[in-house]
Design a protein around this ligand. Structure first.
Ligand SMILES: [Zn+2]
Length: 209
């Protein structure tokens, strides 16, 4: 018993208080162009607001042509194209994804309410981008088709920055960035972009330091 007490005492004397976790610096905010900016159609039905934070981010590619046009006009056109496909062909109430990222590195709101929810940092709208994940994961559509080629630098850099912004606002761990194919049978987000996801997590994490 004496030895045990001595041991405990020694521990108490020499124990060093745990250093508080270093506060993570906020990554730079990323401007997001709203549905009003790109002239979205009004939703065809009710959009459900989920009053909790999303748990993860899912990366998609939109399979649109890999155009050289990096203008804001092209980003808006791409957003309208997706919305039309999702509403007119899929029969959804609105764009399925929460946000889109153009080849020119311009981030736009997808489903109405996604931007206001992000700014709140405490809620999300239910999307339609991956079965089983729509009310727990933010979906980002990247303009282009990335089976064989990687996104251009402008688009990659905005994807990294925007994922960091999402992780910061919502408190999502950077390890919770996945590809669409991680949750359902699909080629999305393409072999080339999917192969870059470890690098994406790493570069997003680096923006917090
Ligand atoms: Zn997808």
């Amino acid at each position: 018993m004496i030895r045990r007490r001595a041991f405990l005492t020694t521990l108490a004397v020499t124990a060093v208080p745990a250093a508080p976790a270093a506060a993570l610096a906020a990554p730079p905010a990323v401007p997001v162009h709203s549905c009003a900016d790109w002239g979205a159609r009004p939703p065809a039905g009710l959009i459900e607001v989920v009053n909790r934070k999303p748990q993860r981010i899912l990366i998609h590619h939109s399979t649109s042509p890999n155009l050289d046009d990096q203008s804001i006009g092209r980003a808006y056109e791409h957003a309208r194209w997706i919305q039309n496909v999702h509403m007119d062909q899929n029969g959804w109430v609105d764009s399925g994804q929460h946000f889109s990222n153009s080849r020119g590195g311009i981030v736009v709101e997808g489903r109405h309410g996604s931007l206001a929810a992000l700014e709140s940092g405490t809620s999300m709208v239910a999307g339609a981008h991956c079965p089983g994940q729509n009310d727990v994961a933010i979906g980002i559509e990247n303009e282009g088709l990335y089976m064989d080629i990687s996104p251009p630098v402008t688009q990659w850099e905005s994807l990294v920055a925007f994922c960091a912004h999402l992780c910061f606002r919502y408190g999502i761990p950077t390890s919770e960035i996945f590809g669409h194919r991680d949750f359902t049978v699909t080629q999305c987000p393409g072999d080339a972009l999917y192969a870059l996801l470890p690098r994406l997590r790493s570069e997003v994490t680096a923006l917090f330091r």
